[in-house]
Every structure is written in C-alpha cells, then in structure tokens.
Design a protein around this ligand. Structure first.
Ligand code: ADP
Length: 580
C-alpha cells in the first residue's frame, strides 16, 4: 500500500513544498477544532448565573478570527497542492518515459499496448487528479478527528469513548471489504485494457476488413466484448461501494451509541447540560468528516491501484545500461560468439562477424535468415543472450553495452523501410536529428536527399506541414525525407533497411542517389532485398537460418556458385515475371 506517500515514491524524489502543505493542512484542522473549545466556554458562560459579556464577545471574536485565518490557509493549500500535483505528474511521466526508452524492443512487442497506453495516459492523470483533490482534505479530516477525539474525551471521557466506539469496527470492515472490491477493480482494469487493444486492432484492420467485407463480423466480436465489459463494470461498481457503505454504516451507528451513553450518563448524573449541548453539536461536526473520510479512502484506493500499475512498469528490467562515453575513433563493429533467439527459439548460436570501418557491408539471404535481427542487435533494440558486440579494432575494442545507450545510439543512423514522418513542417521533421541545424544545413541535406525540387514546388517550402495533417508525401518522398534526417544527424554508422516495395524507376533512382550521398565515408550495414543495389558492396554476408553461409564480394560469391549465386539467379528470373 502506497497510502499517503504515493507521490514521493513514484517520482523517486522529494516533492518541493509537500511537507509545508501537510503542516498547513494540520494547522487548518487545528483552527477548525479550536472554536469548539470557545463554543464550550460560550455555553458555560451563557448558562452561568452572571454571564460575562466581555468574555462572551472575546470568544465570539476568537471564532471569527479563526474563520478568517482559515480562508487564507485554504487558499495557500489549494494553490500549493495543485502545483505539487502538476509537478509530480510531470516527474512521473518523465520517469516512465525514461524507463520505457531503456526497455528492449521485446517489451513493446510482448506487452499489450492497451495497458501501457492506459497507464501513460490515464493512470498518471488519475493519480494527479485524485492527489490534488483529496490529499489536503484527507490530512485535514484525520487531524480534525484526532483533535476532536482528544478535546471531547477531556471534557467527558465516557461520551468521548461512546462516540468513537464503532470506529475500529468501521476501519476493520473497510479493510476486509476492500480486498473484495480490489479483486473486481483489477478484473475490470484488465478487461478495459483488453477492450482498448481490441478497439485499436479493429481500427487498424478496418481497411483490410472492409476489403474483405468483414467489418460486421469483426464488429460483433467487439460488441460482445463491450457488453461483457459493461456487465463487469456494473459488478465492479457494486463491489467498489461495499467498503464505503460498510464503513459509513458502522460509523453512523456510533451516533446511536452516543445517544444511549448520553441517556445513561444523564440518568446517572454524570452529564451536565453544557456538556450535553457541546456533544450534540460536536457530534454533527465529528461524524460529517468521518463519512467523507470513507469517500476519500475509496478515492485513495483508486489512486493506489493506478500507482501500482505505474510502479510495475517502473520496475520492469531495462537493457543493461552502461555509463561510459568514450571517444570512438574506429566505428568497426564485431559480433563475438553471439547467441540470440526470440522467446524460446534460437536464431544465432556463436555468431561471429565484422562490419569494418568506412566500408559497406551488405546482409543478404532468404526471408527470416536473421538480417534485420543483426541490425537490431547493433542498435541495441535487443540484447544478445550470450557473447559480446564490440566497437573498435584490436585491443581498443569496447563492449557496446558498457556505453550509455543514448551515447551509442548517437553514433548510429537508421533508415527503415517505412519512415515515420511527424505531423509537422519539413524543417521540424528534419530538426529531430539536429535541433540547432542552420537553414543552410537543412537546405544542403534536402538537396543531397534529392528533395530540392519537391520543396521548391511546395507552397511554404521548408515550412510546409507534412504528414496526416498536411501535404501528403509519397512513400519514396517520405523515405528521402528520412534520409535527409539521417544526413543531418551525420552519424558515422549507418544502418539501411533497403525498401522492398517496388518504387517507380524515377523514385528509385532518386533514393539511390540520396543513399549514395548518405553513405559516403561512413561505416554502412545494409539489409539488402534487391541484390543489384549491393553488388558493389565491399563485403557481402550471406545468411541462412541464422548462420553465415558465405561471405565475400560480389565477384567472389558469384564464382562460388553457392547460395548467393542461387539468390541472384532467382532475382534475375523474377524480372521477367508478369501477370498475363
Ligand atoms: P530477415 O530480416 O532475414 O527476414 P529477421 O531477422 O527479421 O529475418 O527474422 C529472423 C527470425 O526471427 C524469423 O524466423 C522471424 O520470424 C523471427 N523474428 C523476427 N523478429 C521477431 C520478433 N520480434 N519476435 C519473434 N520472432 C521474431
């Protein structure tokens, strides 16, 4: 249970102003309780044979001063608790973002996206909102109860005890029923995550479903899930109110016990009239915050569940993080006895290969041979189960996992088959790679990426919005924009995942030209799908089921008449293929 310490635990750093706000909330409760002592004096004074009017006005004045003071304190608490909540939300989001950045790609593939999404978007928001709404009132309420319990017990301990007699039972009932409610809430949460996934999947697949006229069939599945969620939501709500109801019922029965105790004390002669009046008034003030306490606890419970989900993500193991940032003079990369497999299957066992500095190394082989996985291991999307990936040559070689991940990635530029373009201007899409790039630099990379004439034709040039919300770019143009981004990053190691989709000849020529500019004087690893584009590579590694079948340059491999020769012949023959 995180309880009231939730936020400092999740942010992993102290929250500025929290202690001061807690003190102010307790002080506020004190100011709310003291007037009851004045009230008791007022009743005593009024019922005395000679009421002292000066004393009377002093007491009433005292109540007024405390009330005014509380207005200022309430304002202070309101502002500071909102600032703390906002600050904490920002810190938790940043911590989660940092943590997710260090996760292996496997996490994003194996975890259901709905639950991570929900935690990132809704849970933190929920924590922030509940915190700002209940934290201060909860502390104030608990403090008021303590002050009242002490004050009233001093006045008449029998009545004080009677008033609080049901409290331990109420707390016990609350804790017992809360376990039951939590089970339902957990079940509900899982269902909501599943529903989110199903909705995302439905929306993603809508195009394909439409083309197969299956939207209705797929929607029936989604609709069934919606109905099931609705029923479960009802059950969860019923379970959620149980702790609140049982707590309230037992607390309120304390008032009945108080009335009984009053009757008994009155007949026994141990209760005076001023005490009776005080207890009747104070009991109303005592039970009201107690009842709201159950609502606060219910909210705290929701906040606690959300905090657990955030905490669970924060405790997922990340990729091993090195701290060093050595100067890398030689960017050759070598795999030393690498063993790796996804889930339970083994893809590489004891793989050795070298990607030499300033040379083009091409990975070829049938689909599923492990080409993309090699690139992913270099980029540390995944971690090898055995062996080391080293950078440099000779005795200066360094294990890349000893370096800070960001620092290593700073040396790598990846051009994927499909490039992600932000809904933003061309300039901002490029500046992702180098935020302080000058206009001349931007213009140069666009020209090198064969985007010059396209940009010249755009209404706002470099400031034209592209992506879903702006001008639509073709697949080839998007890829050239991604190449321009990589050119701007100017990383010494380039990973190219060559496009498989057949582009029109003009686009293909432009992309080839852009790539030629990108790879000049760089260490290049290219995942080749079309062998014609890599026949001038310095080194070609032919993979087959996770093993290196052949290695050499184009001429050497062709002369061998092995797998490469076979793949080459296959591609040559497919050129003449057409739909008749
Ligand atoms: P290639 O790039 O040569 O087509 P990959 O490296 O993509 O080959 O894949 C090698 C093998 O690993 C294939 O059998 C593929 O199904 C499997 N694989 C690739 N990525 C994943 C993944 N994320 N999770 C599980 N298996 C994967």
């Amino acid at each position: 249970m995180f309880s009231l310490n939730i936020l400092p635990k999740l942010t992993a750093q102290p929250l500025h102003g929290l202690k001061r706000t807690v003190i102010m909330a307790v002080f506020d409760a004190f100011l709310a309780s003291v007037p009851f002592a004045f009230l008791y004096q007022i009743i005593l004074n009024m019922l005395s044979t000679t009421p002292d009017m000066t004393f009377q006005f002093m007491m009433v004045g005292g109540c007024a001063v405390f009330m005014i003071l509380r207005i200022f304190i309430a304002r202070y608490i309101y502002i500071s608790i909102n600032l703390i909540g906002f600050d904490a939300g920002r810190k938790i989001r940043r911590r989660l973002g940092d943590h997710l950045r260090k996760m292996p790609m496997g996490f994003f593939q194996e975890t259901d996206f709905g639950s991570v999404n929900n935690t990132l978007l809704k849970d933190i928001d929920l924590i922030e909102r509940i915190f700002t709404h209940i934290y201060a009132p909860l502390i104030a309420t608990i403090s008021i109860l303590i002050f009242f319990a002490i004050g009233l017990s001093i006045t008449n301990w029998r009545l004080g005890m009677a008033m609080m007699s049901t409290l331990p039972f109420a707390v016990m009932a609350y804790l017992l029923t809360r376990q039951y409610a939590r089970k339902w809430q957990d079940r509900m949460q899982r269902l909501i995550h599943g529903l989110n996934d199903a909705i995302i999947e439905y929306m993603d697949g809508l195009k394909i479903l439409k083309s197969h006229r299956m939207t209705g069939q797929a929607f029936t599945k989604l609709d069934d899930l919606l109905k099931k969620t609705r029923q479960q939501a009802l059950n969860a709500e019923k379970a959620a109110v149980l702790p609140v109801y049982s707590f309230n019922l037992l607390v309120e029965s304390g008032f009945i016990i108080l009335l009984l105790a009053m009757t008994w004390s009155w007949t026994g002669g141990t209760l005076s009239i001023p005490q009776m009046i005080l207890f009747l008034i104070a009991s109303l003030r005592f039970f009201k915050p107690l009842l709201s306490l159950s609502m606060f606890l219910a909210e705290l419970n929701y906040m606690d569940l959300a905090a657990r989900r955030v905490d669970k993500i924060l405790h997922l193991p990340t990729l091993p993080q090195g701290t060093s940032q050595p100067e890398l003079k030689d960017i050759s990369v070598s795999f030393e006895n690498i063993s790796f497999g996804y889930s339970k299957t083994v893809l590489f066992s004891g793989l050795n290969l070298t990607i030499p500095q300033n040379k083009v190394t091409a990975l070829v082989g049938p689909s599923g041979a492990g080409k993309s996985t090699i690139a992913s291991l270099v980029a540390r999307f995944w971690e090898p189960q055995k062996g080391r990936i080293l950078v440099g040559t000779g005795k200066d070689r360094l294990d890349i996992s000893t370096m800070e991940l960001e620092y290593w990635l700073h040396h790598i530029s990846i051009v994927f088959q499909t490039s992600y373009i932000f809904n933003d201007t061309i300039t901002n899409n490029l500046k992702v790679a180098k935020p302080d790039a000058t206009d001349t630099e931007l213009k140069n990379v666009c020209n090198q990426a064969q985007l010059g004439s396209l940009i010249a034709d755009l209404p706002l040039g470099m400031d034209t919005e592209v992506g879903a919300g702006g001008i639509h770019l073709s697949g080839g143009e998007m890829q050239r924009l991604a190449i321009a981004r990589s050119l701007l990053k100017d990383a010494p190691f380039i990973i190219l995942d060559e496009a498989t989709a057949s582009l029109d000849p003009e686009n293909e020529r432009d992309i080839q030209l852009a790539m030629q500019n990108l790879i000049q004087n760089k260490t290049v690893l290219v995942i080749a799908h079309k062998l014609t584009t890599i026949c001038h590579a310095d080194q070609i590694i032919v993979l087959e089921q996770g093993n290196i079948a052949e290695q050499g340059n184009h001429e050497q491999l062709m002369a061998k008449k092995g797998l490469y020769h076979e793949l080459w012949s296959l591609q040559e023959s497919s050129k003449s293929w057409s739909i008749k």
